[in-house]
Design a protein around this ligand. Structure first.
Ligand code: NDP
Length: 351
């Protein structure tokens, strides 16, 4: 068995005595290229974390996030060890547990913690993870709906919570969401609107404007109006923003925030660079709030997931998602990076 974390060891070769098998999307490195294939894997190849509190999960659904797209296509060095089962999220049912909080049959989900990067992730029918990385799903949410939410929806909630913790309230003014037709963006629009904010959605797909309005956007702005290099200080337009895009877009957002405003920055769909000046920070006192979802402590995860269950109607969760079989994941991952996928993609690993 492989081991996790700083304690990670390389995957073992196929064992000679076979136990239970499961299907997984497997990434291999061949001549500097990432090659994806569906493989039948022996359960004994699943790593153990070494903390003695691992849980074996029968995965029901996974999902495709932007990071999964990068990993599966090899477009960015997301994968740290090979071969790799990608998938930073999964939801399923506990099969066996050495963790006191989980019993066989429990409905659980996992986001981040290096899954699909440093240890095998969720695009498979089985996953073994430290129990401390799991959360019990709120009763209202099915495993399928949990993957409609996935890291994207949970990150959107972390962004909104970051803005509110900073002190942004609906009476401060409009809140911009960039990359609004993506997974994080769609959920950010819905959550902010539900919390009473007037939401402005920035998108490169204005033809999807009606969908964004149904999610709660009051108005739409063209992505192109934000994505080109701009002045260091611009007209004050937004009280706050959730930025999924980075690069010039984030620089322009900072330059257009109202005095004392804040942006929760979580993404890099346009680029990882930030060609900005300090002017908005030192002349308008705006705040750049970084949001990471991967290593957020468990209590904050549970709170974010509970808030999603309480606030986002199931109909909204269902409306942002389409479902694909595991075998389609590589093709859809490439389309996702091309900005051709709207909302969220659920992967039925058993289809
Ligand atoms: P999606 O692919 O679902 O959405 C990204 C959206 O960004 C697209 O739908 C598109 O929106 C917009 N976009 C795409 N390409 C460009 C471009 N070149 N310039 C400007 N806008 C572009 O991804 P997710 O919603 O899952 O993730 C969004 C970002 O957040 C990603 O960069 C991802 O890596 C990051 N992320 C970070 C997390 C963290 O922990 N910090 C967690 C989750 C995601 P539209 O068509 O509306 O313009």
């Amino acid at each position: 068995m492989r081991r996790f974390g700083s304690r990670f060891s390389c995957p073992k070769p196929e064992p000679s005595s076979m136990s239970a098998k499961f299907n997984a999307l497997m990434l291999d490195k061949q001549d500097d290229r990432t090659v994806a294939s569906i493989q039948s894997i022996d359960e004994s190849r699943l790593a153990e974390s070494g903390d003695g509190r691992d849980v074996l999960v029968r995965v029901e659904f996974s999902t495709l996030n932007y990071k999964d797209g990068l990993a599966i296509t090899g477009r960015a060095p997301v994968v740290r060890t090979w071969p790799m089962v990608p998938g930073i999220d999964f939801a399923g049912v506990v099969e066996t547990s050495a963790h006191p909080d989980y019993q066989p049959g429990d409905k659980v989900a996992m986001n981040g913690w290096g899954a699909g990067e440093t240890h095998w992730g969720g695009l498979a029918q089985k996953a073994r993870v430290p129990g401390d990385h799991l959360i019990s799903l709120p009763a209202k949410i099915t495993t399928r709906q949990a993957m409609a939410v996935g890291t994207a929806g949970y990150t959107a909630m972390l962004c909104v919570q970051a803005l509110e913790k900073y002190g942004i309230t609906p009476d401060h003014g409009d809140v911009l969401v960039t990359g609004a037709n993506g997974g994080v963006g769609s959920f950010a629009v819905a959550i902010l609107a539900k919390r009473g904010f007037r939401v402005i959605a920035s998108t490169g797909r204005p033809e999807e404007g009606e969908r964004l309005r149904e999610l709660g956007a009051a108005d739409i702005v063209e992505r192109a109006s934000l994505s080109e290099p701009g002045k260091p200080l611009q007209k004050e337009r937004w009280a706050a923003a959730v930025d999924c895009v980075g690069s010039h877009t984030l620089a322009n957002v900072c330059a257009s925030l109202r005095y004392g405003g804040a942006v929760a920055a979580c993404g890099l769909a346009q680029g990882m660079d930030l060609p900005a000046s300090v002017a908005p920070f030192i002349l308008r006192g705006v705040a750049l709030l970084g949001v990471d979802s991967v290593y957020v402590p468990r209590e904050r995860r549970i709170a974010a997931w509970q808030a999603i269950a309480d606030e986002v109607p199931v109909a909204t969760i269902e409306s942002v998602a389409t479902t694909i079989p595991l075998a389609d994941a590589p093709a859809v991952a490439a389309r996702l990076l091309g900005g051709e996928v709207k909302g969220r993609v659920i992967v039925d690993v058993n289809a």
